[in-house]
Write a protein that binds this ligand. Structure first.
Ligand code: FES
Length: 163
């Protein structure tokens, strides 16, 4: 027998020697690395989809909008305007820096509280820094008779929806 073998007696049962200890640490590290890789692979293979609300909004029955009225719907950021020429839908979002505008019934204009832009009920700029009119959105009546607005599609001003 060599001297070396005599200096390292076998470990008692249930205790770790240095070799077993480092082998377990190495296996643990590999397990953590494999779990991390699996997590990244799952994230990479999952569809990267943003779930945003639909741009199409059901505004309800056209009869609910009185003649010569401007109705604000802050949830959808739309004005529904009902005139003798028909219906149209305007964006409530100011074309200057994106603040929410407000309909002023007494003055009969749309005002922006941020920097003072003013618009007619047709969306035309009459004052302030806003560079463009408020856009008109596509409108139609659904098969169920509801007034629908598509916020993702703008139309030329003065294209009224006649119901
Ligand atoms: S954001 Fe409306 S005037 Fe500036």
């Amino acid at each position: 027998m060599s001297d070396e073998k005599q200096r390292e007696p076998p470990p008692p049962t249930g205790e770790l020697n240095r070799r077993t200890f480092f082998a377990k640490i190495g296996l643990g590290s590999l397990g953590i690395a494999a779990a991390g890789t699996a997590g990244f692979a799952y994230q990479f293979l999952s569809p990267n989809v943003l779930y945003e609300p639909s741009p199409i909004v059901n505004m309800g029955k056209p009869e609910a909008f009185a003649m010569d009225s401007v109705t604000m719907d802050s949830d959808s950021a739309i004005y529904v305007v009902h005139t003798a020429e028909g219906f149209f839908a305007l964006s409530e979002i100011c074309t200057h820096l994106g603040c929410m505008t407000v309909w002023n019934q007494e003055l009969g204009i749309i005002k922006c509280p941020c920097h003072g832009s003013q618009f007619t009920q047709d969306g035309v700029v009459i004052a302030g820094p806003a560079p463009k009119p408020l856009p008109w959105f596509k409108t139609w009546v659904s098969d169920e008779g509801d007034l629908m607005v598509d916020r993702s599609t703008t139309i030329q001003p003065m294209e009224f929806l006649r119901v």
